[in-house]
Design a protein around this ligand. Structure first.
Ligand code: ADP
Ligand code: F6P
Length: 497
């Protein structure tokens, strides 16, 4: 959910009143964010180019804090051309250069063909290549150097995600005066999978360079602490490790969205009109089911299509009375597993439509493109049922966005047990997407849920996401980093229903 190059055309959310200061008054003295992607993307113009803010939870959460403290953001601009540091909306942008070979070995290779599949339950077999690892070390070193240069004395540095797991330790060696935080946006695997990694202790030592290591879920934090105790010299508890004479806090900090911003946009008369128009085009009386995903094999798109096909086959739904809208963003298309997935998904959509569509009524409405934020929100408003059913996902912000876009408390969320969000959103209809029988039953139950029951569930979900929004997330993490203290939320709020 970091802003993605592939999503560069999404309109950035305007900051909500919270973002413009009300809840960031106790900001740090100074902060440097270090993430693979920069918070801006280049847009070509008649006279050259300009930089625009990218969309995404992290940018929304960090931009106001960074503007306030005049902080810096160290990251990759997404291409291979050299870009000089510049300022954007009060934030110092420090681009890190990545050459063609490094894009191939550091980004496509080690990040997206080794770590990504390994950390997502090895849904695809991870590939382990020494030359990818060597580039991963080199590029991490470059990010660490850039962060060391950008950070004022005694300030905070916040490193993000699986691309940069060596940076905390590298940065500590260069700048022991900094307080360093690390947050992993994707799952952290159990011991039996992580142990496959030929560079497992190097990665753990890299992360142990941080003062606070944050994860999306309690289980991920626990996996990390256990691995540190068994594979490094660290000792301590699941939330408090001791290593190299330092104390390291580990914990869950589930990321969220700017709830108020989505809520306001969803209520806006223009959005309501757009949603009505969409419903009329899709067929005013049809039940609308919706999914929105990056085209990634972790998202379970094929299993979902299979479940929908079974609903049609069994006659539980018909193309006349319902439609499944699948919005899919192209992603990492130079990696072969992603290209193959796209073919498989498109074949399945073609097969289902060939079998079940009626004149003027397609069974699956498939869009492989980026939508603007406003168009996306109109779909959230228009959908009766939202299907968020990844095979494994760090959080899955789409689920929270749908909830924020239901101000009337209507709509039903079907959510995979394997999304990080399931630990918080226990009143969604939780499903194991590999269990096709119960998947089909759960979609049926969602379609037939009585209005009162749906409203009760949605009201609970909305209260939860409103309370734990993205500003709450960044405040909690920064407070832990500043004061070396993390008060974990009660376990019950992280437990499965
Ligand atoms: P991931 O970070 O793995 O892509 P998330 O669900 O956490 O998954 O975040 C995806 C983000 O991308 C959400 O903010 C969602 O609104 C946005 N998004 C996904 N698909 C599209 C699309 N086709 N058009 C516009 N935005 C999209
Ligand atoms: O969820 C992990 C993540 O890296 C997000 O932060 C990002 O938005 C998404 O995957 C797409 O990543 P990429 O930078 O590879 O396009």
């Amino acid at each position: 959910m970091l802003h993605a190059g592939s999503r560069a055309r999404i309109n950035s959310p305007a900051p909500s009143p919270k973002a413009s200061g009300a809840r960031t008054t106790r900001g740090p003295a100074s902060l440097t964010v270090i993430a693979n992607r920069l918070p801006v993307h280049r847009v070509s113009t008649a006279s050259g180019h300009r930089w625009e803010s990218s969309a995404g939870g992290l940018v929304t959460a960090m931009a106001p804090v960074l503007r306030k403290v005049k902080g810096a953001w160290v990251g990759w601009a997404g291409g291979t051309t050299k870009i000089r540091p510049f300022h954007h909306e009060g934030v110092s942008i420090r681009p890190v250069g990545v050459n063609r070979e490094e894009v191939e070995k550091f980004y496509n290779g080690m990040s997206n063909r080794t770590l990504w599949p390994l950390y997502h339950d090895a849904i695809r077999t991870p590939d382990f290549q020494r030359s990818w690892w060597e580039k991963y070390v080199e590029v991490n070193q470059r990010f660490a150097k850039a962060a060391a240069k950008a950070s004022p004395r005694g300030s905070l540095a916040w490193v993000h995600d699986y691309h940069l797991q060596l940076v905390p330790q590298m940065l500590r060696e260069m700048r022991p005066d900094l307080r360093i935080g690390f947050f992993l946006h994707i799952p952290f695997p159990p011991e039996e999978l992580f142990e496959w990694l030929p560079w497992r202790s190097q990665i753990l030592r890299g992360l142990l360079g941080a003062d606070v290591v944050g994860f999306q879920t309690y289980k991920a934090a626990q996996n990390f602490s256990r691995l540190c105790r068994s594979l490094t010299e660290a000792d301590g508890t699941d939330t408090d490790l001791h290593y190299a004479g330092r104390r390291i806090r580990c914990g869950s900090f589930p990321i969220s969205i700017d709830f108020d911003w989505f809520d306001r946009r969803a209520k806006h008369p223009q959005t309501r009109a757009k949603a009505l128009e969409l419903r009329a085009k899709l067929g005013a009386r049809r039940k609308v089911m919706l999914s929105v995903d990056r085209l990634d094999y972790t998202k379970g798109v094929l299993r979902r299509l299979q479940a929908y096909e079974e609903l049609l086959e069994q006659g539980y739904v018909h193309a006349e009375d319902s439609v499944f809208v699948q919005i899919a963003t192209p992603s990492r298309e130079t990696v072969s597993d992603y290209a193959a997935l796209r073919d498989e998904v498109e074949q399945a959509v073609g097969r289902i439509n060939g079998r079940f569509s009626q004149p003027g009524r397609v069974a699956v409405q498939y869009f492989r493109r980026n939508l603007t934020r406003d168009d996306l929100i109109a779909y959230y408003v228009a959908a009766d049922v939202m299907l968020v059913t990844p095979l494994r996902d760090g959080m899955n912000l789409v689920a929270k966005e749908y909830i924020a876009c239901r101000p009337d408390n209507d709509g039903v969320l079907v959510l995979s047990e394997f999304a990080g969000a399931a630990h918080e959103l226990t009143r969604a209809l939780l499903v194991n997407p590999r269990d096709q029988t119960s998947f089909v039953e759960t979609i049926r139950a969602a379609l037939r849920m009585p209005t009162d029951a749906a409203r009760m569930r949605m009201a609970f979900l909305r209260a939860r996401v409103k309370r734990h929004d993205v500003f709450n997330w960044s405040e909690e993490f920064l407070a832990a980093l500043r004061h070396g203290r993390h008060e974990p939320r009660p376990r019950s709020s992280h437990a499965h229903a």
